[in-house]
Design a protein around this ligand. Structure first.
Ligand code: GDP
Ligand code: IMO
Ligand code: MG
Length: 422
């Protein structure tokens, strides 16, 4: 049994796409376990940039099988568009891409409700992809599942009953016009044929593959600090990006997991609202955004930027069980004279012992920083650890020591080649 989990260790966009693509070279299967088309995973190969929202980042390796697990909420149109996009670039996906029959579908009313909710005062700053409302329906036991596409009567009944409910909600709470049932029924009846060849029992498939000795890379979306249980609630996504989510989101046992890698940027970013203790709302944040190209891969929104928050990262290492780190975007720090890292939080002048999970505390904490010297040298050309400048290595080693976790991969640019393995 060999499952390696790749998790985002911060607030998403850590560079999971690049790292999963890299590690896919030596695995049989890459499987996404949660989230939906809210994710935007970028892979840069051969001068081309691919942004994947639903399809695992292993798809660019022709010999790898890709799985979209039961924990994902799947927007069928977004999925088909992504298949078409890859096929337009001559990437063969049919026959090696599977969707769990047990995953839930994103429906047009999920996206509508997501956008209407975001018009209120307590905006989360969601991606607008219908994620929260789809997971609400899943847990309210009224969701429409992929397997329902195969049973037309069930599908139509479920859609009609859902829309009846949603129309009440829409007119009473949002004063919005009603959703047209027939249009949606007709559209979703067609997805049966279009998706049929991709649908299978992926939990069974994965467990059989593991039994045969095949290796699986479990690809998380979002990041630990956006986890619905462990993140900065309510400013989170509606699933479990943390490593535990990989087992429930794929239908594999915890005993099959043999390693967990966390991906972290060398600084911190966040898209959407919510607490961000090390945010730099000044020239420093601007420089990070500009040099790091920090704009959302899904929505294009500018990402909020700030120094590396080791205090939250240590918490993330704990809740995920991260055994090794991939540190990305180190090159973005090349120009800084001095680099700050947050090594603790103070609340009412007292240092906190653990990461606070109530919004009142976290919104009121003061980050404690240490300042390290920058390296003021371009590092994108470095291909071995020893080629990195002394101060850059000291920065990495400071992180390792604080987190008590080794940095096994150092990323110095967006391409596959711009990587140092240790
Ligand atoms: P993901 O959601 O975790 O897969 O990350 P995103 O793809 O949303 O955002 C990461 C961005 O950083 C993408 O544009 C990547 O191409 C880029 N990237 C990844 N690693 C590096 C790196 O080491 N250096 C630089 N400059 N860019 C990187
Ligand atoms: P990847 O996989 C960064 C954020 C949104 C918002 C919150 C809830 O590319 O790292 P949602 O649409 O999920 O209900 O929005 O979560 N968010 C992400 N931030 N990277 C992502 O994915 C994200 N997916 C959702 O901005 O703050
Ligand atoms: Mg992203």
């Amino acid at each position: 049994m060999s499952v390696k989990i790749i998790v985002g260790a911060q607030w998403g966009d850590e560079g999971k796409g690049k790292i999963v693509d890299l590690l896919s070279e030596n695995v049989s299967i890459v499987a996404r376990y949660q989230g939906g088309a809210n994710a935007g995973h970028t892979v840069v190969v051969g001068g081309k940039t691919y942004v994947l929202h639903l399809i695992p980042s292993g798809i660019l390796h022709p010999g790898v099988v890709c799985v979209i697990g039961n924990g994902v909420v799947l927007d069928p149109q977004a999925f088909l568009d992504e298949v078409a996009f890859l096929e337009s670039l001559n990437i063969k996906v049919r026959g090696r891409l599977f969707i769990s029959h047990n995953a839930h579908l994103i429906m047009p009313y999920h996206k509508l409700i997501d956008s209407l909710k975001e018009q209120g005062a307590s905006r989360i700053g969601t991606t607008g992809r219908g994620i929260g409302p789809a997971y609400i329906d899943k847990f309210a036991r009224v969701g429409v599942k992929i397997v329902d596409l195969l049973h037309r009567d069930v599908l139509v009944k479920k859609i009609r009953s859902n829309i009846e409910d949603k129309n009440q909600l829409l007119s009473k709470i949002y004063h919005s016009s009603e959703i047209n049932v027939e249009e949606i029924v007709e559209k979703y009846l067609q997805y049966d044929k279009l998706l049929d060849e991709f649908i299978t029992d992926t939990s069974l498939y994965l467990n059989q593959a593991l039994k045969e000795g095949k290796s699986v890379l479990a690809e998380g979306a979002q990041g630990a600090m956006l986890d619905v249980d462990f993140g900065t609630y309510p400013y989170v996504t509606s699933s479990n990006p943390t490593s535990g989510g990989a087992c429930t989101g794929l239908g594999i046992p915890p005993t099959a997991v043999d390693s967990i890698t966390g991906v972290s940027k060398a600084y911190t970013t966040r898209v959407g609202n919510g607490p961000f203790p090390t945010e730099e709302l000044n020239d420093i944040g601007e420089t990070l955004r500009k040099v790091g190209g920090e704009y959302g891969a899904t929505t294009g929104r500018p990402r909020r930027c700030g120094w590396l928050d080791l205090f939250s990262l240590k918490y993330s290492v704990m809740v995920n069980g991260i055994e090794e780190l991939a540190l990305t975007k180190l090159d973005v720090l090349d120009s800084f004279e001095k680099i700050k890292v947050c090594t603790g939080y103070k609340y009412k002048d007292k240092p906190l012992k653990s990461f606070p999970l109530d919004l009142c505390t976290i919104e009121d904490i003061e980050p404690v920083y240490e300042t390290l010297p920058g390296w003021k040298t371009e590092i994108a050309g470095a291909r071995s650890y020893s080629q990195l400048p002394h101060n850059c290595r000291s920065y990495i080693e400071f992180i390792e020591k604080y987190l008590e976790t080794p940095v096994k991969v150092v990323s110095v640019g967006a391409t596959r080649e711009e990587t140092i393995s240790r």
